[in-house]
Design a binder for this molecule. Structure first.
Ligand code: F6P
Length: 517
């Protein structure tokens, strides 16, 4: 890679993309002009332009569920009509957004029960949890509403720890579930309802539902004016832009929420209208394809140098792995190439003191996706931000450059090492370098910028899915585990026999029973 920089002094410009005020640098990869041309040809052979148009225009590209994929409509705040089954869907989306804004305004100023809402508990899981939790955490400098909490796990410890110090009379509970059947969410929702009733609150006024299954929400006892619906063409992991984003709107207000939508809309327009080489989601996707499918690097790390993006990698994990972790191609045959990679990560600088050792010296190569803002939200702590930037840039530089044996020896001689001991020890201090990374930089983590970042990754997942020829929008792989859990529950409850199970499951069951389960 260092040679590539020597050969092309403009490499940093030639191998980066800018849109609006964001810059995506992929110069620190082994992609050269020839490779890039070859990668771009994949877009042509996969008919990416047609597929992209099919998605934006409401065609049922989620073929295994017979659904359109239209999360982009939720942020199409001022665009033209989009038809699904011949019906324009924009009107309803905007009407729901208006209702959300009205509700958020009322809630942020007075509580439905009469007092002020101090706390909001969003009960959901997967896409009904990770997106709002990620965004609420990311945008804390914009919070001027009630305190938001998130409960997802069916582990009773999660809800118990969350509600322990909350006042049931001044808490709003949001039940966020696309299907309104997810066992974790419904179990937590019932527990929250009992807690509220016991504590003198009124669930008929203090519960809200966000769902495609409006009838189920109402059957649960949530009045229609507290139900915010959306259509089945919004995938759970792409649903932050609509009703599922209500907790975010309550935290930051309607104007900031709209700025978040506008950021995503700006990325949609860029993605839809820009040539491949200048197209940020496309180039991010092609870098991903290059590293995973071609170089064979099996994981990739998302490394935001932004503590408030604490939940970003978990959110991207669902977005990428639930979308592109598939083994069958669109025509129903076995996929002959590997599907999407394992995605993981943590904010820097924390990760540097945990897993960067492996990234620098382990035998597995991990392409790193760094993210950094030019400034932070704490002007009084500008020196913290300078340190953050220095660390982010230094890490990608270290991955690129490495440290040679001669350099390691030289440093050790200066420390007084010599002879055989010098030779033995020096090798441990070598960093091979030539390890790929990309860096996404932006001025400041505003709602608009966060919208851009999330939409960038959504489109990246779409492009990778198109090139792999898989359906990124179903998730049949999660079903079997749910079915088996449903079958095991009555066994744990003593209502059914264990039956014919494998030896390991049976032995684990006996162990748990013996120890009081
Ligand atoms: O089990 C996976 C999944 O279906 C995700 O795709 C989804 O985001 C999550 O469960 C929660 O589903 P729901 O919003 O319907 O409760």
């Amino acid at each position: 890679m260092l040679d590539l920089f020597t050969q092309d002094p403009d490499r940093a410009t030639t191998f980066s993309v800018e849109t609006g005020d964001m810059r995506f640098d992929y110069a620190k990869t082994q992609i050269d002009a020839e490779t890039r041309n070859a990668l771009i040809k994949l877009c042509v052979s996969a008919r990416l332009a047609d597929r992209r148009e099919a998605m934006f225009s409401g065609a049922k590209i989620n073929e295994t569920e017979g659904r359109a994929v239209l999360h982009t409509v939720l942020r199409n705040v001022d665009g033209g009509p989009v038809l699904v089954d011949g019906q324009d869907v924009i009107g309803e989306v905007r009407a729901t957004l208006d209702r959300m804004e009205e509700f958020a305004h009322k809630t942020r100023t007075c509580c439905p029960a009469g007092d002020r809402v101090t706390d909001v508990v969003n009960i959901g899981i997967g896409g009904s949890d990770l997106g709002p939790m990620m965004a609420v955490t990311a945008l804390s400098p914009y919070h001027d509403g009630p305190q938001c909490h998130f409960v997802s796990n069916v582990d009773g410890g999660h809800i118990a720890d969350t509600i322990r110090n909350l006042n049931p009379a001044s808490t709003l509970v949001i039940v966020a579930s696309k299907t309104f059947t997810t066992v974790e969410t419904m179990t937590n929702a019932r527990t929250a309802r009992a807690w509220m009733v016991d504590g003198g609150g009124d669930p008929s006024k203090q519960f809200v539902a966000l769902s495609t299954a409006m009838d189920k929400a109402e059957a649960f006892g949530i009045p229609p004016e507290h139900v915010f619906g959306f259509a089945d063409w919004v995938g759970g992991r792409y649903s932050i832009w609509g009703p599922i984003g209500l907790s975010l709107m309550l935290a930051i207000g309607a104007d900031a929420f709209r700025a978040f939508l506008r950021g995503a809309q700006a990325m949609d327009i860029h993605f839809r209208c820009t040539d491949w080489q200048e197209n940020m989601p496309v180039m991010l996707a092609l870098v991903g394809i290059w590293h995973h499918q071609i170089c064979g690097y099996r994981t990739r790390a998302v490394l935001p140098y932004e503590q408030r993006l604490l939940h970003l990698s978990a959110y991207f994990q669902q977005m990428e792995m639930e979308s592109n972790g598939k083994r069958i191609s669109m025509d129903g045959t076995d996929l002959e190439i590997v599907s999407g990679p394992v995605v993981w990560g943590e904010p820097g600088t924390n990760g540097q003191h945990a897993f960067y050792q492996l990234i620098h010296q382990g035998t597995a190569i991990v392409p790193c996706e760094f993210m950094i803002g030019a400034t932070g939200h704490e002007p009084d702590l500008a020196h913290h931000h300078r340190l953050l930037v220095a660390n982010c840039l230094a890490q990608s530089e270290a991955l690129l450059r490495g440290r040679s044996l001669d350099e390691a020896r030289e440093r050790m001689v200066a420390e007084g090492f010599e002879g055989a001991e010098l030779e033995r020890q020096a090798r441990h201090r070598v960093l091979p370098g030539n390890r790929p990374s990309t860096t996404l930089s932006y001025p400041l983590l505003t709602p608009f910028v966060l919208g851009q970042i999330v939409a960038l990754y959504e489109h990246r997942v779409f492009v990778e899915g198109v090139i792999l020829d898989i359906n990124s929008y179903d998730q049949w792989g999660v079903e079997l585990g749910k079915e088996l859990a449903t079958a095991l529950y009555p066994v744990l409850d003593g209502q059914a026999e264990l039956g014919d199970r494998d030896g390991s499951t049976a032995a684990l069951f006996e162990f748990i029973k013996k120890h009081g389960g």
